[in-house]
Design a protein around this ligand. Sequence first.
Ligand SMILES: CC(C)(COP(=O)(O)OP(=O)(O)OC[C@H]1O[C@@H](n2cnc3c(N)ncnc32)[C@H](O)[C@@H]1OP(=O)(O)O)[C@@H](O)C(=O)NCCC(=O)NCCS
Length: 166
Amino acid sequence: MTDVSNLIIRPLDREHDRPGFHCGVVSLDDYIRKQASQDVKRRVSRVFVATAVAHPNVIVGYYTLSSLSIELCQLPKTLARKLPRHPVPAALIGRLAVNQSVQGHGIGRMLLVDAIKRTLAVSDDIAIYAMVVDAIDEGAQRFYEQFGFSLLSSESRRLFLPLKPI
Ligand SMILES: CC(C)(COP(=O)(O)OP(=O)(O)OC[C@H]1O[C@@H](n2cnc3c(N)ncnc32)[C@H](O)[C@@H]1OP(=O)(O)O)[C@@H](O)C(=O)NCCC(=O)NCCS
């Protein structure tokens, strides 16, 4: 069940066992249980879940994707001076979480790579300059930093990564 090669990632649907998901962070558990389906229905967020092929309803991890724009003043000067003087489009991974029982087996990495690949796939048709993530705490920030994300500002835990093929 923890072997990433046996996992598939697909959009959240009503068959998924949302109450059974526990990642250890109450707000992220509550989100998938109570809010995720509403957000999908209202088209304000897309939610993708990882499940094992053998247990297609058990959510082992999830992430959310939506769009946003980044103000130029939030970007490092070295990047901002190469860009036009208006906000740049980005894709936001608002939440990303892995079931507590299977953390540390590469599933978080797999979800992050999937989110980036999915974004790259649409970025030929809709321009997207960067991936942005909201880290929930210092541990999550370190998780993203090791994949090359850097803080957008010292006042929040929002990080970004200019998009390029991986
Ligand atoms: C953070 C989280 C998503 C990581 O998922 P995971 O499946 O446990 O992580 P992986 O096994 O894919 O780890 C990939 C790499 O990240 C590192 N890593 C994982 N969690 C980390 C943390 N909290 N701090 C620093 N590094 C971390 C791993 O050591 C691994 O590095 P390695 O390849 O050099 O060994 C998961 O622990 C989780 O859901 N935590 C609770 C919710 C949360 O914090 N979400 C974060 C986004 S808001």
